[in-house]
Write a protein that binds this ligand. Structure first.
Ligand SMILES: Cc1cc2nc3c(=O)[nH]c(=O)nc-3n(C[C@H](O)[C@H](O)[C@H](O)COP(=O)(O)OP(=O)(O)OC[C@H]3O[C@@H](n4cnc5c(N)ncnc54)[C@H](O)[C@@H]3O)c2cc1C
Length: 539
């Protein structure tokens, strides 16, 4: 049980959304702020908590997760802090952080086949392949101020990827950032710059993914379930299948929430009054909103309607200044869309073939990316048993593809229009696999599930300073934000750390607590790191 002193002023804390950010915020309230669970209320549109950290299934019908995550020992400062207070559900006497570090030590990641070319050959990722001009562009980007990068894309900075002689977007350097972090040429160069700076000490490791920390099980079981055990034991009030669609504010210039407007999945409306001493932390946007699923025999159907999480943001930003601009992020589903894919097999033929081909034990290679394939597929085969109910004869493959609107080499169709079976076929044909192995793999298939996520890269859309509101906006007396769309200076979105850090800033800040949020480690300014990076980039 977290927390050893109790706050007696009756303050009620309301969270919108039950993703990792909110769950982290609620844990910090219990651990550090003297809150009792009954005074914490979490409203979630879906029938369960966890947000984008989902994952479920069984060997008979197959397993499905929209995402699969990598963590970093050096840069997830608040995530490790939080999870070291959360008991592991796998190992008695250990925390989730202990579990993850132990797994990283016993199953260290080192990819021997990180990139695969268009002929199925493993590429030499030994040097980054940037020429002198590109290196200067990179140095100039690092020297630039964010204000100079308003609305610019990566291709605005490094040049048209289709132009004659441009090879930045075909360099190992680019493939590393594309495959590891999901950047595409039309995403924000401001965000790309933050990534390069924040992860500078890791640049040397990107081609092998050495040092990446993973969860032993899928992230619903590995992260969300242990957090939920703590929160449910403390009696936190969860309100599911209910979306918050608007807020009322007190008259005047400041920002004081006076009511939350909610609607449940049956259409029943409810208004919750918020007193001036109560607090609200809202998850502003959700990268997996509007996700749709296909099957082995059917493609996923695109839902590019304006998503629920952004609608709340739009409503409140129309009422109060300084709350950012949701359309910048959620107005371009054609650009923010990409897909993931799940395949479950009864049998290990595919995994055994991959082990021979990649020279990596299943899981230890992290991923192999078809860098020159039109869909830019990244294939992952996590260490079994990845799922709690997975046995030795069952295997699981996860894949994401960043250009899923392009036509596949084999299917001749955009990935968005392919059935699960067709996507699997595209993968099998992209690998130099003997036909009899393909036949065996097909016969072992239990299910192949495509997942279409129209807003998965929304947080990477080109933006200007000010498009994201501060975690506690200027003038706010009781409203804060968490998630990937509020501004956390210096940190990088599309990470678990970002939402945990934002939530911690929000709860301490709204309560006026002088506790420290773990600062971003200034590793990129270490002269030894800079020297190593320079040597590696010039190789
Ligand atoms: C494919 C994929 C790969 C990823 N890879 C990595 C990785 O390698 N490393 C890493 O660190 N991170 C990774 N991430 C990102 C990470 O999962 C997210 O950053 C994190 O889950 C964000 O947590 P959150 O709480 O901010 O939002 P979410 O997890 O998106 O949850 C938000 C929740 O709020 C709810 N909600 C929103 N608005 C409302 C409303 N108005 N009313 C009611 N409910 C609402 C939503 O329904 C949702 O459940 C990945 C994500 C995906 C999908």
């Amino acid at each position: 049980m977290l927390g050893n002193w109790k706050r007696t002023d009756g303050t009620q804390f309301w969270f919108v959304g039950a993703g990792l950010g909110t769950l982290a915020g609620a844990c910090y309230l219990l651990r550090d702020c003297g809150f009792e669970g009954r005074n914490i209320h979490i409203v979630e549109a879906l029938p369960q908590a966890g947000g984008s950290n989902d994952g479920c299934g069984n060997p008979q019908t197959g397993w499905v997760a929209r995402g699969e995550r990598m963590f970093c020992r050096l840069t997830y400062e608040n995530f490790w802090d939080l999870m070291s207070s959360v008991p592991s559900l796998e190992h008695e006497g250990a925390s989730v952080t202990d579990d993850m570090f132990a797994f990283a030590d016993t199953q260290p990641v080192y990819a021997r086949a990180r990139f695969i070319d268009s002929t199925g050959e493993i590429m030499n990722a030994g040097h980054y392949g940037l020429d002198r001009q590109e290196l200067m562009q990179l140095v100039n980007l690092l020297k630039a101020q964010e204000e100079e990068l308003d609305d610019l894309t990566i291709e605005d900075w490094f040049g048209d990827p289709e132009a004659e002689g441009r090879h930045f977007f075909h360099s190992i350097f680019w493939y590393c950032y594309q495959a590891t972090f999901a950047f595409t040429p039309w995403t924000s160069v401001m965000e790309f710059r933050r990534y390069v700076i924040r992860l500078l000490p890791l640049i040397m490791r990107l081609p092998t993914a050495e040092g990446v920390v993973l969860t032993e099980r899928d992230q619903y079981d590995g992260i969300i379930r242990p957090l939920m055990a703590v929160l449910e034991e403390a009696g936190v009030d969860f309100i599911y299948s209910t979306s918050v669609y608007d807020m009322d504010f007190a008259e005047g210039d400041g920002i004081t929430v006076t009511a939350l407007h909610m609607r449940d999945s049956e259409g029943t409306e409810r208004t919750v009054p918020i007193r001036s001493q109560d607090k609200v932390v809202a998850t502003l946007g959700c990268m997996t909103d509007n996700s749709t699923y296909g099957t082995t025999d059917a493609a996923a159907v695109l839902d590019d309607s304006y998503p629920l999480s952004a609608r709340l943001w739009k409503n409140i930003s129309a009422k109060k200044a300084g709350l950012g601009n949701p359309d910048v992020f959620f107005g371009h589903p054609d650009k923010s869309c990409w897909m993931s894919f799940n395949a479950t097999f009864e049998g290990n033929t595919f995994m055994e073939w991959l082990e021979r081909y990649t020279h990596n034990k299943t899981g230890q290679g992290l991923s192999s990316t078809f860098a020159e394939h039109p869909w830019a597929m990244e294939l992952r085969n996590p260490t079994p048993p990845y799922w709690a109910n997975q046995t030795e004869n069952e295997s699981y493959l996860w894949l994401c593809a960043f250009y899923s609107m392009n036509k596949g080499t084999y299917t001749g169709k955009p990935m968005t229009e392919c059935t699960g079976a067709e996507i699997l076929e595209e993968i099998l044909q992209a690998l130099p696999m003997e036909e009899e192995v393909r036949v065996q793999v097909r016969s072992e298939l239990v299910s192949a599930v495509p997942v279409l996520m129209p807003y998965i890269n929304a947080q990477f859309m080109p933006r200007s300073v000010g498009d994201r509101p501060d975690v506690i906006p200027a003038g706010s007396t009781n409203l804060g934000f968490t998630g990937q769309y509020c501004e956390v200076p210096g940190d990088i979105v599309f990470t678990e750390e970002y939402s945990v850090r934002a939530a911690r800033m929000a709860v301490y800040g709204l309560l006026g607590m002088s506790r420290e949020v773990a600062p971003i480690k200034p590793l990129s300014y270490d002269v030894r790191v800079l020297g190593q990076v320079a040597v590696n980039l010039l190789k």
